[in-house]
Design a protein around this ligand. Structure first.
Ligand code: ZN
Length: 451
């Protein structure tokens, strides 16, 4: 996907430098630069073109190197061979040869042995999250601190873990049936799926030591904003998305074919820290904290928030991130009727999908699934509804190392919470991933409240 963006940028750059742009010659008529370009300008133009060709060769080489690092050998070879000067370029030939060799040693990894771990919004300031107010016990149970997260990811990387997508584990056929995916990795590498829930920066978290939203910085990179005590706004890597982006930049081999993670998104407080739900526009059925937000921000511009959220989401998708429905209203799908889930999903499709894009994945809120461990039967009305709306991938919460179920209708996977509760009460259940004693953030109050 990065390749497509780059291609567009290069095409635009080449078009801009091609001499087709009319220039003003200082007199009263327009002339083309091609006809009347002075010698010095022509020289500059040639220089620019040479520079662009060099840049383009550089970026092809860089892209191919990243593809090589991310086990994407076929794509790397394809990209290199599509270059006109392939056979004259020693760098291209070298990488293509390395890809051929590496490809021969790949082994298929069984999808039934793929674990899936998830986080909530990461705690940036533990003194605020764990300050003893009415929310801090819950945060201590279900949240993970940035410090813990960084150690977990580093440890998993050192052990050979590699980010893959649910869409690598199974593919959807044109008729809606599912087929087993084929994940090819070097021996010793361990694919896993990463997700994060509720990346909405809900109102109730304001002032509790979390980032306030995701933004694009001046370089077009996805970063977080964090509101400091004095009201100033810091921009940095304060939550999972920019932390993983940065980690993969440093360690491209942590990602399989450029995959990152999947974000499970509700809609009732908007998405990614933008107040994009329709209630902020109609001002109907507002919850107290939504009304309070609108009162505090009289200059709030609904359309601007929607546009900004979409820009961030688009950039994230280009960077390898995916989105799932977490239901619009954080619904318990076990307890809700099929009709209630339908009404809820219609809101997701109306007010979330236009921003994040249509998704074929549902990550159940509370981990509350629509069927038992045996699988979804064809007469399950909740499954029938979701499948009819294009959902093919279903995730619950399950503490076992592997829970993978593939039928010709769906892929189902259990997810493991790497949070304060699990680390405190069941460290042994995480020993395949990391050693809790090396990760635990000592600023957490203990005991972690029991569920
Ligand atoms: Zn949730």
């Amino acid at each position: 996907m990065k390749k497509a963006v780059l291609a567009v940028t290069l095409a635009a750059a080449v078009a801009a430098g091609s001499g087709n742009m009319p220039v003003w010659n200082g007199n009263t008529q327009k002339i083309t630069s091609k006809t009347y370009m002075p010698v010095s300008a022509s020289k500059d133009k040639k220089k620019t073109e040479e520079k662009e060709a060099k840049n383009s060769a550089q970026s092809v080489l860089e892209q191919a190197k990243i593809m090589y690092a991310q086990y994407n050998y076929d794509e790397a070879i394809k990209l290199l061979k599509s270059q006109k000067d392939f056979e004259k370029n020693k760098d291209y030939m070298d990488i293509a040869a390395k890809c051929q060799v590496a490809k021969a040693s790949l082994v298929e990894y069984p999808i039934e042995k793929i674990t899936h771990v998830f986080f909530h919004t990461l705690v940036k300031d533990t003194s605020k999250a764990f300050d003893g107010d009415s929310d801090s016990g819950g945060y201590n149970q279900v949240m993970t601190t940035i410090d813990e997260f960084n150690k977990i990811i580093q440890t998993m990387y050192d052990k050979g873990y590699v980010l893959v997508s649910l869409h690598d584990m199974a593919t959807v056929n044109k008729d809606g049936t599912m087929s087993r995916g084929k994940i090819m990795l070097p021996k010793g590498k361990i694919p896993f799926v990463l997700s994060q829930d509720d990346v909405s920066y809900y109102h109730y978290m304001d002032g509790d030591g979390y980032a306030s939203r995701l933004v694009l910085d001046e370089n077009g990179e996805v970063k977080n904003e964090y509101i400091e005590d004095d009201g100033t706004v810091s921009v940095g890597n304060y939550d999972m998305v920019p932390l993983i982006d940065e980690f993969v930049k440093q360690h491209p081999d942590f990602s399989y074919h450029g995959r990152k993670g999947i974000l499970a998104m509700t809609g009732y407080n908007g998405v990614l820290g933008y107040r994009t739900d329709i209630a902020y526009k109609t001002k109907e059925n507002l919850q107290d904290n939504q009304r309070e937000f609108l009162e505090k921000h009289p200059d709030f511009d609904y359309e601007a928030d929607v546009a900004a959220a979409k820009k961030v989401a688009d950039a994230m998708k280009t960077n390898g991130w995916e989105f799932a429905s977490h239901t619009w209203g954080h619904k318990n799908a076990t307890d809700s009727s099929a009709e209630e889930l339908k009404a809820d999903n219609e809101r997701w499709e109306a007010y979330v999908a236009p921003i994040l894009g249509k998704t074929d994945t549902i990550i159940f809120a509370f981990g509350a699934d629509i069927g038992g461990w045996e699988g979804y039967s064809s007469d399950n009305p909740k499954f029938q509804y979701y499948k009819s709306r294009g959902y093919n991938y279903y995730c619950n919460v399950d503490s076992s190392q592997y829970f993978v179920q593939l039928s010709d209708q769906y892929l189902r996977q259990g997810r493991r919470n790497l949070d304060g509760y699990r680390m405190y009460y069941n460290p042994e259940m995480l020993s395949d991933l990391f050693d809790v004693s090396e990760v635990w953030d000592s600023s957490r109050p203990t005991p972690v409240p029991a569920m």
